[in-house]
Design a protein around this ligand. Structure first.
Ligand code: MN
Length: 254
């Protein structure tokens, strides 16, 4: 079992990486499930991800409420995380963000967002689009209660990513590193697809076999994954926070 301090430290690093890679800005958030209690998860208090420190991390229950007395404001949309953890026991980490490159694909019906580049294969073959208006009518588009979160989780179903019409996306993965990687490459895949559309003609999406081949035998602690994590953490100015024990572990498993 991973040490709780390490889990929280990695969550801090993940916040900084997503900010540095421009997946999140003042808004957007990432959470990780409690490694020993699957009914709890960790998410920062309401603060820009770039500024998150270990002391900002709050422990929440699957109802989206803090498990201890908490006086600091929390993210309004924490129910996205709670509802996905509730619906998906396999999910260990969740991101919600508004990356601009993905927004057109939640608005325009003509072109589905699917993998077109090898690093985009992590998002999976199917990226459903959730429209809050379908069930809740005219809202401010934010997911501010469990009912809305559950409806989003239902649309996500067994997929890795759901787009949220006119708003952003939610992504879910089996590990923190995986959800970070997916959330970094999701906007890049969207950008490549958008530019290809501008060039005109037919779009060649990745074939199902290619997506499967990329995801087969994947390990969140492989050397390949660690390489990206180490690179991003250093780029985000938090290389000194990296857990070197896991570094050695990754090299050993290679
Ligand atoms: Mn949002």
């Amino acid at each position: 079992m991973r040490n709780l301090d390490t889990v929280i430290q990695d969550l801090v690093i993940a916040n900084r990486i997503l900010a540095r890679e421009e997946v999140v800005d003042a808004y957007g958030h990432i959470s990780v499930r409690h490694p020993e209690n699957p009914k709890h998860f960790f998410l920062a208090r309401s603060v820009a991800p770039e500024l998150v420190e270990a002391g900002d991390i709050v422990e929440l229950g699957l109802d989206g409420q803090p498990v201890r007395e908490e006086t600091r404001p929390l993210y309004l949309e924490r129910f996205i995380h709670a509802a996905i953890y509730e619906a998906r026991p396999d999910v260990q980490s969740v991101v919600h963000a508004h990356a601009e490159e993905i927004l057109p694909f939640g608005i325009a019906q003509a072109t589905p967002l699917r993998p077109v580049i090898h690093s985009g294969s992590f998002i999976g073959a199917n990226v459903p689009v959730w429209d809050i208006a379908d069930k809740f009518g005219d809202t401010n588009l934010l997911v501010t209660n469990m009912e809305q979160g559950r409806d989003l989780a239902k649309c996500l179903a067994g997929n890795n990513v759901a787009l949220m019409r006119g708003h952003g996306f939610a992504s879910a993965a089996r590990s923190l590193i995986e959800v970070v990687r997916m959330s970094v490459y999701l906007p890049r895949n969207a950008r490549a697809l958008m530019r290809a559309k501008q060039l005109g003609g037919e779009i060649t999406y990745l074939r199902q076999g290619e997506i499967d081949a990329r995801n087969r035998g994947y390990s969140p602690y492989s050397l390949e994954t660690w390489r990206a994590w180490e690179y991003w953490a250093n780029k985000a100015g938090c290389g000194h926070m990296l857990n070197k024990g896991e570094h050695a572990h990754a090299h050993k498993k290679g």
